[in-house]
Design a protein around this ligand. Sequence first.
Ligand code: ADP
Ligand code: MG
Length: 662
Amino acid sequence: MHSSLPIWEIHSAIVDQLRTGNRLVLVAPTGSGKTTQVPQMVLDAGLAGDKKIIVLQPRRVAARTVAARVAWERKGKLGDEVGYQIRFDDHTSLGTRICFVTEGILLRWLQENRNLPDIGMILFDEFHERNLLSDVALALVKHLQGTQRPDLKMVVMSATLDAEPVADYLSTDKQPCPILISEGQSFPVEVRYLISHDERPITDQAAEAVEAIVNSGEPGDILVFMPGVGEIHSTINASRSVRTNERLAFIPLHGELQPEEQDLAFAPNPLRKVVVSTNVAETSVTIDGIRHVVDSGIARIARYDSERGIGTLGIEEISRASADQRKGRAGRTAPGTCHRLWTESGHLNRPERNTPEIQRSDLAEVVLLLHSLHIRKAAAFDWLDKPDAQAVERAENLLRMLGALDESTGELTDIGHRMRRLPMHPRYSRMLVEAAKLGSVRSAGLCAALVSGRDLLQRLRREDKHISEARELFEASQESDFFTLMRAYQFAKKNNFGIETCRRYGINAQSARQVEQTYDQILQIAEQQKLLKPDEQSDDTALLRCIMAGFIDQLCIRRDSGSLECDLTEGRHGTLMRESVVQNAPLFVTASIREVPSRGSENLTLLGLASAVKREWIEQMFPQHIKVQVEHLFDRTHKRVAAVKLIRFCDLVMAHEHQRDL
Ligand code: ADP
Ligand code: MG
């Protein structure tokens, strides 16, 4: 233990509060010892009895590295007294008392083992980040404590001072929730902005800032913040050519590295370290010796993507609060500098703090989780910050359309239960549930991976004629644009994702690499859930049915044969993209609906990523959508909202039927 860390100054207050009460909010700056010390304090004070102490971490890298650190401080082996559990990686044993876990793991336990009988205390770490899953976990644990587990203790830990609302949320009439604050210690950090906006790639600018720091003669390690793996590697490549006499150790830090590679960032190094990291180093982990921060000012942030109807990560500017956290990383042990790769006036235009993720992202997966815990009214649940009502409704509609929720009772269906076991967006879990039935998990998993990231194929302009000709190589079928993507991906993989080769075919090599990683993860989940059969032999029809299963709410019917004009559900209409290979099928689903401004007053709705489907498949796989219409005809009082929407959906199919008969 490191009793010289600032958090130890309030040690007795922490222990006293948790001995008498069961809720506490703890505020202390990063580096003061919240994550590594507080779990040990409560364990040694016997505050969790003989039960486990769980520390929730938003990131997998953090869960693993801080667990290793705490095990080392206690002179134990990782996995004995101190362990961690993240997806695909469980380092705990029966004797584990302090366990660092990601939020997804806790949510899974809540589903399997409602009352969490062997857990005595839960620490919500990094709560200032306001991740979707940490908000959900906090609400669920508060609910559990208030109903079945009054003995369960909960501590919310935050690096910023916005703790009042959390404490209010956790207070009851009988027992207010106390806030304990540790001032911590820090040294002044000098902030330097760009003089004027710089058009060059951010990775080159970062390399230049590193060069300037090294050549200024100021000592100390350097921490560079980049939004993702690709940018981290480009920055390191660009930095290798900096003009300086000093030898430097460039070290990447992100969640996709092997554990030994992650450890390099924390290990002492004879050379000056330049650690290039995602925002895991913003507050989650502390690297000793950092005196300079180079901040790109951007991060991957989760949002609802209306184009694909899923949640995605997009690159966005970070808030001023995040930028200040990053700056603080330079002043922990001595005065430092922070180089912001944006201008001072640009800084003032940034939002002051991050909006909680629950108010901006896709909720389909969370609403499905809540249903599996018998919480049917997600919007009315006791949240710290309520999610957007429209977003909840959109999520519920999608789940109903996918067949995860029963039309009349609103309960989870058998399909819904199976979907819930797969930790991924409900569109993809619905695809996989179908694929498990039809024996096409491998190819359906690839399709899911192909839509989940950024565009694999670049959108072509008129002057890209040579690319569009080259690309015909991938267009083997008129049934689905997914088939084209699959071939393009396989081509990129066969060529080791070579940037030059990919560029000639208009393939984004970096996206292709990302697809490979997502695909691996999906296959691992499928394997864990025993969905994969060794002798899988998928055919095109099976795959088309799986794609339809995930995008059934985005069914389209072509107005006339050969036309690009289509009708969608709920009275919407759109235009199929000219590039689509699906130029004949009368009925198809789309995995991309994009609104673009057009010359007229209304926006144009462009439909992409099409896959031909058949009416019989809808009847077989989604009989409820057909049935509701019949019920509606005979019983006008029946479930209005759901029914009306589905009726239109059926009308559409009926209209198609009618057309075919003509
Ligand atoms: P907080 O959670 O308040 O940000 P931590 O508990 O993560 O603080 O870190 C407290 C201190 O422990 C850091 O300032 C650092 O000196 C030390 N420390 C934490 N993790 C490591 C590690 N992996 N290697 C070396 N030192 C570490
Ligand atoms: Mg911490």
